[in-house]
Ligand binder design. Structure first.
Ligand SMILES: C=C(O[C@H]1C=CC=C(C(=O)O)[C@@H]1O)C(=O)O
Length: 392
């Protein structure tokens, strides 16, 4: 299929003049610079053609980077520009925020109600061939303040945790104001260098504690949890199933291990393989994998439908993928979690939790509350603000 610019339903507007199109800090230090060209916007099914055309006709040595939305039928937001090393600004100010308000959408109680509904559906369908096995439900915190939220300062604070990739991606401006997806994700969706690929899915979580004895107990409890291993295995099996037809070798040499950020423990499995066709673009691999059951569920279409029905606010780019790809196809794509959409003085933070039979609705609400912690801390807000209403 040959995609013409006019076939795309919308062309990405340029980000505002002083906006960085995309930047990834951490293990992956890659950013776009110069004057970005917006790729014609489209959905997953035209991604490969749009990328091939952009590299054929665009500036030599350029990079394509940006964000794929959660919903495969929504339009992505990709930029083509020069490549640079992501570097943190020497000084960045404007944080902590002051004069802020916070609205949970939905409240922790209502979220626990949604989890209970999903568990009811799983119980009713148990044993059927198409039964819902897992769903990842999310909630958001809307933060409003009086000044524009300083994204550079936020990135500087988010990247302090060596276990995450801090990222920012310019989204199409709205009403002449820049919109940015910004976060600190611990989860690698896919990375490709030549024929070598790697993915490091995470699923199964426990909140970390300041007290080292309690912290070790939380980690040990997670490692022993049958429910969390079941929740995790659904993700790794899915990723192996999607990647194996494309690979000559594919394995998880270390098995499932504990991984951690400064605020959370997770179960993680590093998957490594070799592509049969080393020219397959990493962006295409990301779009084939996405959304994995770490953010959506199984079966994917059933879980996605229920997510749209139960969650009060659209996910947009939360739980999508963010990353970059060069002309040889090499690149890295991360799961867009522990993030927020920032629009002037507003930030909408998102956090989700995987639900399987055996999940406890209030424990899942508390898990989402804990997952907000790192981003809240970076904004200079109380880390427990996402746990409000969960003291029963
Ligand atoms: C969906 C999120 O986390 C995913 C990644 C790690 C652990 C998860 C869990 O234990 O539920 C989630 O699958 C999120 O942080 O918004």
């Amino acid at each position: 299929m040959n995609i013409q610019i006019s076939d795309a339903s919308e062309v990405v507007e340029r980000p505002l003049a002083d906006t960085i199109p995309f930047a990834f800090h951490g293990r992956d230090n890659t950013a776009g610079c110069g004057t970005p060209l917006g790729l014609p916007r489209g959905t997953n099914d035209t991604l490969a053609q749009r990328i091939a055309q952009a590299f054929r006709t665009g500036p030599e040595g350029s990079l394509i980077g940006g964000a794929l939305p959660f919903d495969r039928d929504d339009q992505d937001c990709l930029w083509q520009c020069e490549r640079t090393m992501a570097t943190a600004p020497a000084t960045a100010s404007g944080l902590p925020l002051d004069n802020w308000t916070l609205h949970p959408e939905p409240t922790a109680d209502d979220f626990a109600g949604q989890v209970a509904k999903a568990l009811g559906i799983m119980a009713d369908e148990a044993g059927r061939p198409d039964a819902l096995e897992k769903i990842v439900l999310a909630r958001s915190l809307l933060i409003r303040t009086r000044r524009d939220i300083p994204v550079a300062a936020l990135m500087q604070r988010l990247e302090q945790d060596p276990a995450v990739t801090a990222f920012r991606v310019a989204l199409p401006p709205r009403d002449g104001r820049s919109r940015v997806l910004c976060g600190a994700t611990p989860e690698l969706l896919i990375e490709k260098s030549g024929a070598a690929i790697a993915s490091h899915p995470l699923a199964g979580s426990a909140r970390r504690c300041g007290n080292p004895v309690q912290d070790r107990a939380a980690a040990a409890g997670l490692m022993r949890s049958e429910k969390d291993h079941r929740e995790h295995a659904i993700v790794t099996e899915y990723i192996m199933d999607v990647l194996s037809p494309l690979c000559s070798t594919l394995a998880a040499p270390q098995g499932t291990t504990l991984t951690s950020t400064r605020s959370m423990w997770h179960l993680g499995t590093r998957i490594e393989g070799r592509l049969r066709d080393a020219s397959t673009p990493s962006a295409l691999l990301a779009s084939l994998l996405h959304p994995t059951p770490a953010v959506c569920g199984l079966p994917m279409a059933r879980a996605g439908g229920l997510i749209r029905k139960l969650e009060p606010h659209p996910r947009d780019f939360y739980a999508g993928a963010v990353g970059w790809c060069d002309a040889s196809g090499d690149g890295a794509w991360h799961v867009a979690i522990r993030c927020a959409e920032i629009y002037g003085p507003e930030a909408r933070l998102y956090a989700g939790a995987g639900i399987v039979p055996g999940s406890d609705p209030y424990a899942e609400a508390a898990e989402t509350g804990a997952k907000f912690g790192a981003f809240l801390a970076a904004l200079g807000l109380p880390v427990d603000a996402g746990l409000a209403g969960l003291d029963h």
